[in-house]
Design a protein around this ligand. Structure first.
Ligand SMILES: [Zn+2]
Length: 281
């Protein structure tokens, strides 16, 4: 290890600044969305079994709710533009804009070059949780998804019901394509109901038992036509283990709602990012 310079303390004492101040970020009209949600009618639902994944479509201007049903359960969520699967959820930029965990009022952003809101969180029954004494919080956009490759790397195993594989199988079935064609579509997730953080001493990613209980839910407004796919993580509440069949696991419910005609007034789907795309050429 390199030796500390004489001014090490002064260098560490420099105050941080926020990378992306959000004061100029276009704000969602939560009041409008919530008013539209009041009389919205349910149009469908899927129950995602434990250690499996399921796909669902949400048209722009509709709502979807993810609920804990029989017990605490983490969901690994992927989202795409239903009309162009190359535009998908960008967890890294969502994290850069809103922080490591997202909740009511935060938005899920799409990949480059679109970079626009694809969904807005309008309700989160766990938004009371905040940040606990370990630095943990709920619904992270820092985890990548449990996957068979890391499991193999660390423990020399072949486990097939990690979220990555569950999402791959579900998307292959939904699109009618091979696993090899579906797998590259799977991307870093939003970890719904997962409680995570980074240790202060080593900076390592940690998880702890999800505070979700049956009835807890999170609701989104679809800003664009969405194809969603969610896995009920084999880690269950992610209190101790994943990448195995050890943890108790429960289903997750996804419900879709359509607002009444005119309820969204003059709302329109967000435009693609307006950068001119010339990259200096
Ligand atoms: Zn998982």
């Amino acid at each position: 290890m390199a030796s500390e310079p004489d001014d090490a303390r002064a260098r560490r004492a420099v105050a941080p600044v926020i990378c992306y101040p959000t004061a100029t970020l276009p704000k969602p009209d939560l009041k409008l969305y919530r008013a539209a949600r009041l009389d919205a009618q349910k149009t469908g639902e899927i129950l995602i079994p434990p250690r499996e994944a399921g796909c669902f479509n949400v048209p722009a201007g509709h709502f979807f709710r993810i609920s804990s049903v029989d017990g605490p359960q983490v969901g690994d969520l992927n989202l795409w533009n239903a009309n162009d699967l190359t535009e998908r959820f960008y967890s890294g930029k969502t994290r850069a804009l809103h922080g490591t965990h997202i909740t009511t009022g935060d938005r899920l952003w799409t990949s480059f070059p679109s970079l626009r809101p694809m969904a807005t969180i309008i309700k989160d029954t766990l938004d009371w949780y905040g940040i606990d004494q370990f630095g943990g919080s709920v619904h992270d956009v820092i985890g990548t998804r449990c996957d068979p490759y890391t499991g193999n790397l660390l423990n020399d195993i072949h486990y097939h019901h990690c979220c990555h594989s569950n999402l791959t199988r579900a998307m292959a079935d939904h699109l009618g394509v091979s696993l090899a064609e579906a797998e590259p579509l799977i991307h870093d997730v939003m970890n719904v109901f997962m409680c995570t953080g980074f240790t202060r001493d080593t900076g390592q990613y940690f998880m702890k038992a999800s505070p979700a209980r049956p009835g807890d839910h999170i609701e989104f407004f679809a800003e664009i036509d969405i194809l969603g796919c969610m896995s009920a993580c084999p880690g269950g509440d992610c209190a101790a283990d994943h990448t195995s069949d050890v943890a108790p696991c429960y289903p997750l419910l996804v419900e879709i709602f359509v607002p009444e005609d005119g309820a969204l007034k003059d709302w329109h789907s967000p435009l693609l990012n307006q950068y001119d795309g010339s990259h200096g050429r």
